[in-house]
Write a protein that binds this ligand. Sequence first.
Ligand SMILES: C[S@@+](CC[C@H](N)C(=O)[O-])C[C@H]1O[C@@H](n2cnc3c(N)ncnc32)[C@H](O)[C@@H]1O
Length: 227
Amino acid sequence: MDPRIRQSMNEYYDERAAEFDEIYTLGKPPGSVKDPELYMKEARVLATIVRAHCHGDLLDIPCGTGYWLGFYAENCSAITLVDQSENMLRESREKAREHDVESITRFFRGDALEVQLEDRSFDSVLIGFFLSHITDRQMALFFRNLRNLLKPDGRVLILDSIWSPFRRSRPKEGTTNRRLNDGRQYEIYKRYFETADLDRMSKSYGMDFSLLHEGELYIGFTGRVRG
Ligand SMILES: C[S@@+](CC[C@H](N)C(=O)[O-])C[C@H]1O[C@@H](n2cnc3c(N)ncnc32)[C@H](O)[C@@H]1O
């Protein structure tokens, strides 16, 4: 990915931290929204999936504001949160405090593509709305690293943006502008997934992926290391 776009995307998320959760709680994604209730409704579906699939020693990468923590915290014996953004990590620290899991939670600021954690140590890895911001090449690197981090029976849960008819008026992949509440604009890389991508991803990344949720806005799937 062009380093300029990557830098712009990193800054965008850092600056968006304080308003990020509005997409889940108010149905207010960046840009215009026709139906906030649709966003809120699907966020509630994802929350149920998170609660059902995230447990044990959990890695949330990248964690953003830690929005999903409230739905997995009570299932977890240990929580590891990683993000490149200091402001996002500040929000997630607040979530850990609110949900009374500070003592079992650790925080790492850094690049999710290069993170160094203990091999074979995680029962669950949550990857929320990250794969849609990286290229195929970066994804190969990310999954190579991730395969080593999972326990033999560990699972990943992937939540991301779907290439549904609702979205077909925009490109499936490419750079696009995003606007903050105060009007500042940033160029970011964004791609959308469809169920047909799961087969290709399974073959490319040494994982077996299974679909859990195919909505109008979001897709959810689990993955385990093949073999
Ligand atoms: C769309 S948000 C999703 C946050 C959270 N996972 C969720 O589901 O709500 C994307 C997050 O990825 C982080 N991010 C993007 N690229 C990253 C990278 N290479 N390394 C670490 N964090 C990254 C951003 O800072 C941002 O917090």
